[in-house]
Structure formats: structure tokens, C-alpha cells
Design a protein around this ligand. Sequence first.
Ligand SMILES: Cc1ncc(COP(=O)(O)O)c(C=O)c1O
Length: 501
Amino acid sequence: MDVEEFREFGKAAIDLIADYMENIRARDVLPSVEPGYLVNSLPPEAPEEPEQWKDVLHDFTHFILPGITHWHSPRFHAFYPTGTSFASLVGSILSNGLGVIGFSWMSSPACTELEVVTMNWLGKLLGLPEQFLNCSTGPGGGVIQGSASEATLVGLLAAKDRTVRRIKQTNPDLDEGFIKAKLIAYSSDQSNSSVEKAGLLGSMKMRLLKTDADGKLRGDTLKKAFEEDQEQGLIPCYCVATLGTTGTCAFDPLYEIGPLCNEYNVWLHVDAAYAGAAFTCPEYRHLMNGVEYVDSFDVNAHKWMLVNFDCSCMWVKNGYDLIKTFDVQRIYLDDLENSNKIPDYRHWQLPLGRKFRALKLWTVLRIYGTEGIRSHIRNQIGLAKYFAQLMQPDDRFVIEPEPAMGLVCFRLTEGDKVTKKLLDNLTEKKKVFMVAGSYHNRYMIRFVICSRNTKKEDVDYSWNKIKEEVDCLCPVNIHTKKYKVPVMKNIDAVKSNEKSK
Ligand SMILES: Cc1ncc(COP(=O)(O)O)c(C=O)c1O
């Protein structure tokens, strides 16, 4: 392919994606394909002869697109959002166009320096304390990881190394392996699966502690666990607090957990993968009270901040903790002269190679501006509230717990079986996509405002699809008036009339 063909291919691909986004409402959210549909449609061998780009785009449209789950459909309400925006897409093209690897300053100075700049911008936008920023006078700083899962593992490995170093200072004869075998990590039973996985990958026992009635990990529970484990001869090492749990978007109280972790020399990592983006709006920052006690803090810009995957933004209070953990020298990587002046990011992450991810963060922050990001977050929270208001008056539904950020969890008063049937039926029809969750051992459905394309009319559409289905499953009985004439009530009050499971 020569440069002229590249121009044509690239422009055609951009047109295709622009058309796709513009007409996304015409598609079902879920694809109508069976496992193996693509494997059995494409040739078993790569083509021997070069092919034309038009044929490739043709096959993209005819074979790939039919097998896509449309995450950016305004009726996609499952999981949590994954970010995209035209600004981010252009940033990705620029990054891929340059095709650099930025493991050290020398390997591509702008790659490192733009990451320093954008992580400072974003850290300030989130209201993080100064000591987490590269521009502070201390050893703190930000780095872009591939995923929140990676950030949690990076924190765990750094915590392990820091704890071993601390214990060896007072007990130099103790064997490193002996110390490592005694280390223990903590999180809540509501934390993301990636937290438990970090324990598996980092060979550290992970206790998932019971949360309170609101799904939060409380200080007294954590303290009890530290004490129990110390009595057993174990060494508390790492704790992951979640700001915005995956199930119900609960916020662990950092002001309780933080001082305890500091007292027990436990590294505190914050997983704010989804909800952290809300801290761009000052009115939500009280939810991270106590952040000054934290060692590392992670927000996925690739979830709720309009940046395409992958862009997980992690800040640490002390970059040397990462450098000491991950520093492996080779003569061909030597950039010692510069690494005293600017982060050598290969020591802040798991892989050696690293993409120029900061470019897409930079294009988003510039094209939207901080006001644009805030208004995106506020708009999405407003749409979730609107959905809750539509559902609230209908006493066939229970909204529980209190909606948080862009998430509304609900179930049917008819019981778990019918709630599950509702989700199954809706999924089968493919017009609206949500996933299940559980709250206080009850089956519930999670409705999340995900797509940046979602408007009020789309929420009306999704609500009507849900209601139509419920009208079939639990028809309104006008004689008993079980389904009353809609009146607005507080969400808390909509808990009457429930059948047991
Ligand atoms: C709270 C939380 N943490 C971590 C993750 C995992 O994120 P990633 O896919 O970036 O590893 C998720 C995913 O939804 C999440 O909700």
C-alpha cells in the first residue's frame, strides 16, 4: 500500500465510522449471530496475494459489523461505559501514525513529557492533592497504565516490595521469601474481580472483607482484620478501596480506611475506575474525603471520560516505590542522564513497551475543555436520575440501592425469578442491553447511562421497552390497583408492596 492508497483507505475508514456513529440508533444493541459465525465465514489461511483495501472495508461491513455489540448505542446500559469520542479517535490515529514506543525519555521525549503534562492537568482537574502530581516538589506523579486491573497489580507489587524493604531494615537476617509468604492484602467483597486477580497474580493472599448494608468497606471491619491477621503472624501489606463499586457504585470511606492503613504501614490503593471521573465536578469530591492518606489512586479515563480504551490514569505519592520495584537495567536501555530529570516510565509499569496514550487524553482535554468534561458527567448523571424518575411511580419496580452516578439498580416486586425473566426477555429482543447484579442477596438489574450519544429520548425508549416487557410479565390489575396512577415519590419510599423471593 503506498501513501496515496493510505490516504484513501484512511479517509474511507473515517467516513465509515462517522456514518456508523451517526446511524447507530438504527441497529439493535446486540448482534444476531451464533458462536463460530465469523470463524466459519472467513478463509482459514491468510491471503497469499495482497488484496485491495476496498475489499477489506467491504468485508469489515459484511462480516465484522454484524458481530459487534454496540457499546456506543444509546440503548447500551450494561456494565459501565467505555469511552470514545471523535477527539479521542483522532488522538489514537495520531499516536498510531507516529508508532513510537516510549519506555524512556530518549525513546521518544514527547511521549514521556506529554504524559507528565496531561497527568498533571487531569490530576488537578480531579482535585487530587498536590503530592500526587509530577509538578509537585516531592516524589509523586502520574502514569498512564493500560487498565485499572494493571494499576491494582502495580500497586500490589510495589506494596510488597516496600513492605519487604521496611521489614528488612529492622530484621536484616530475615529471608525475603519468608517475609513475602506472610504478606496479606485486603479489599471488600464488592471490589472488582480484577482486585482478587491482582492477589492471584502477585501471589498475595487477598481477604475480601464483608461490607456494610450500603456495600462499603468500613474502618472497624478493616481494623479487626488487621488485628486478627497480626495475631496469626501475618503482615498486613496492601488494601484496595473502591470509589464506585462495579455492582452498585458504592464508595468506601477513605477517611476511615486511610488513617488505619497509614497506622499499620499498609499501602492503600484506590480503584476509582468508573466513578473517579465524577471528581472533575467539585460537588462530588466529598466522596473522596481522606484521599490524602492514599498511596496510589487510579481512574479509567477510558471509562467515563470520553477517551478510548486504553487509558487508565494512576497517580502515586512516591514514584520511587515503583522505580525500586520495577527497575531492571540493561545497557541497551540506559538513559541514566535523563532519568534523573524526568520519569523513566518503564519503571512505573509492568511491560517494557508503552504506547503514546497521552495523545488521546491530550486531544480530549483540549477539544472538550474541562467544562466540556464536567458537562458530559453532569449530563449523564442527570439522565440516570431521569430514568429513576420515570420508574419511581410504578410500584411494580423497586429501585435499590439509591441511584449513584450514572447507575440505577432495580428489581421487580414480583420477585427474583420474574426480574431475571425480564432481563432474559429484553436481552433476547436485543433492543436494550443491561446486565444483572445482586444487592442484599436479591437479583437486580443494573441500568447504566453508558454512551455519550444517549439523550433523554433514548432513555424514554429504553424505559418504554422495559415497561412493555413488564406489562406482559406483571400486567396491571386495574381492580386491585396494584399498579397505581403515577405519583412522584422519594426513591426511598418506593419499597412497599414487595413480595418475598
Ligand atoms: C470498579 C472497577 N474496577 C476495575 C475495573 C476493571 O477495569 P479495567 O478493565 O480497566 O481493568 C472495573 C470495570 O468495570 C470496575 O468497575
